[in-house]
Design a protein around this ligand. Structure first.
Ligand code: TEU
Ligand code: CA
Length: 557
């Protein structure tokens, strides 16, 4: 069935790094308002806004101390209302981040909860007795160290899958769930158009916290098997759907790390009444050691294609998916899957073509549309992300070489995506007139919005064309997906097809020229090139065997 949230294009705004309207070095809501023209001109019609709620910012807003207020750094509720009104006037939709696996330790619920074992709010969180000062089990937190923190005052441990300033809520407790549902309704009644649900597949914890097998040299284990897609998660989401979601025409996307297509269908299956789409992470793992996200490993195009194809085909006709190359937690797209040097522009365009010609709702992360790259800070002090900083210090304690650890951080740090948006070549890339909260990538003088606009080959302009094309050819949204070249390490070629038409997409992921052989069962001749960025391509060039309806004949990325 056709849906606005299937046909829409989402632009993700990380407000802290987008545009600073008042010179305090921090991006803000008025900054987003000032740049709505920019976002709309790209062709995006939905914005996913990372958390803007009150927060002590241990994890940049993912540690919320008040769900009903706006973070002072970002502005006021009036600013937020103005943003929503202006977006709606333009026909754009606003998706808010929903962070309900945990709160901040400064949230009044937790402040109350930790005050005493008899507190009415005690059971809003997950507590375990301190047994001889050993944490209840050996799980590692996502941000290094144990998932358990001892609360000295009441002599019990509380659970935190993320930082110790992000205690996990206890979803077993009905009051917790009802409070969350009321909060969701409160925002929906203000008129928002949906939620991106932070680690929503981790809200249900197992009844017992057992040790898992230690992995790596810090003595900890990955407890994911026990809390990812936990025992009651679908019960909770069906309840949330009944009580809240189904009463609104909204987009819901669940962030679900560690989820297979089979598991995914339990969240987004059309018969399930839970969520509308999810973020899966399998393609974010192709270049990482399974035991340590900071350990980059060489990746193969055949692996990436296999993963993407699996998601394309297994969800087709059964549940919806989202498409993305990056977000505020991931390295920059061109640096990771393309070439951020000589072929930066071509590869940014090629990867854009891929993201915008598969089935699912495409998400574009700020700066991706101008080919922003990873940053390589040489001093750990320049990194702000607690995940990177904690990782660094943990490895230092284990006696590792600081340069090697910094090199790992260069490749995988979340700050790669969080350096300020590069608007122009003026100081601090035109992001702020003050001093930016996180240093600007030094390459801003050559990579910025202004520069891209006047360039011969604009990435932004290419995105505009692609988005236009996707909107005009709905087969690219709804059609089936067939991977043509399973074994090829250079080309990703696929066909999208339905009653409306057939489209052939050919992407070269390498710096070498590649030749595409049209399979016999597809029509030979009569293909029209709709869009592409290959300068060498000529319709008459029979030798290259490149008849295509829609192609990125990128012989060099
Ligand atoms: O991220 C959840 C998550 O599992 C990872 O992608 C995480 O960012 C980390 O890199 C694990 O290595 C979500 C948010 O997107 C992230 O920004 C938050 O820090 C996190 O949840 C906690 O709220
Ligand atoms: Ca500001």
């Amino acid at each position: 069935m056709r849906k606005w949230w299937k046909e829409g294009i989402v632009y993700q705004v990380y407000p802290r790094s987008f545009y600073d309207s008042n010179g305090d070095g921090i991006g803000d809501l008025q900054g987003v308002i000032e740049k709505l023209d920019y976002i709309q001109s790209l062709g995006a019609d939905i914005i996913w806004l990372n958390p803007v709620y009150r927060s002590p910012n241990d994890d940049n807003g993912y540690d919320i101390s008040d769900y009903y207020s706006i973070m002072e750094d970002f502005g006021t509720m009036a600013d937020w209302e103005q943003l929503l009104a202006q977006m709606h006037q333009r026909g754009m939709k606003l998706i808010m981040d929903l962070v309900v696996n945990h709160t901040s330790d400064e949230h009044p619920w937790f402040v109350e909860a930790r005050a005493s074992k008899d507190s009415l709010y005690r059971d809003y969180y997950v507590w375990r007795p301190a047994d001889g000062k050993q944490p209840p089990n050996n799980w590692r937190s996502f941000f290094s160290g144990s998932v358990w923190e001892l609360d000295e005052q009441t002599d019990e441990y509380y659970l935190h899958l993320f930082s110790k300033k992000q205690p996990d809520l206890n979803w077993e407790q009905e009051e917790v769930r009802l409070d969350i549902y009321s909060m969701m309704k409160w925002w929906l009644d203000k008129g928002i158009d949906g939620f991106r649900m932070d680690v929503i597949n981790m809200i249900s914890k197992p009844p017992q916290f057992e040790d898992a097998a230690p992995v790596g040299d810090d003595g900890y284990a990955n407890g994911g098997d026990a809390f990812i897609n936990g025992p009651r998660v679908h019960e909770y989401l069906q309840e949330m759907n009944q009580k809240v979601l189904r009463h609104y025409d909204i987009l819901t996307v669940g962030e679900c790390p560690g989820t297979s297509p089979e598991e995914a269908l339990k969240y987004v299956g059309e018969d399930r009444q839970e969520l509308q789409m999810l973020f899966q992470f399998e393609h974010m793992k192709v270049d990482r050691s399974p035991d340590n996200k900071f350990e980059t490993i060489p990746w193969k195009l055949t692996t990436l294609k296999r993963v993407l194809t699996k998601w394309q085909t297994e969800l087709h006709g059964r549940g919806w998916n989202s498409l993305y190359w990056m977000n505020h937690d991931q390295p920059r797209t061109v640096s990771r899957f393309g070439n951020d040097g000589q072929y930066r522009i071509a590869s940014a365009q090629m990867l854009a073509t891929c993201n915008l010609t598969m089935q699912g709702t495409p998400y574009i992360y700020q700066g991706e549309e101008i080919g922003m790259t990873n940053v390589h800070f040489t001093d750990i002090e320049d990194y702000q992300d607690l995940e990177s900083v904690n990782y660094y210090h943990t490895r230092m304690k284990l006696g590792e070489d600081p340069r090697q650890v910094l090199e790992q951080i260069h490749q995988q740090s979340r700050d790669n995506s969080r350096t300020p948006m590069q608007w122009d070549a003026s100081e601090h890339a035109g992001f702020t007139t003050g001093s930016p909260w996180l240093k600007v990538n030094p390459n801003y003088a050559s990579i910025n919005v202004e520069q891209d606009r006047v360039a011969d080959r604009s990435i932004f302009a290419y995105y505009q064309q692609l988005i236009q094309l996707r909107k005009e050819h709905l087969t690219l949204v709804y059609g089936s997906f067939e991977n043509l070249l399973e074994e090829d390490e250079q080309l990703f070629a696929y066909v999208r097809k339905d009653e409306q038409g057939t489209y052939l997409i050919i992407l070269n992921f390498t710096e070498q020229e590649a030749r595409f052989q049209l399979p016999d069962y597809l029509p030979h001749g009569g293909w029209e090139k709709l869009l592409g960025n290959d300068d060498n391509y000529h319709d008459s060039d029979q030798d290259k065997q490149t008849p295509a309806n829609l192609q990125n004949m990128i012989f060099s990325p």
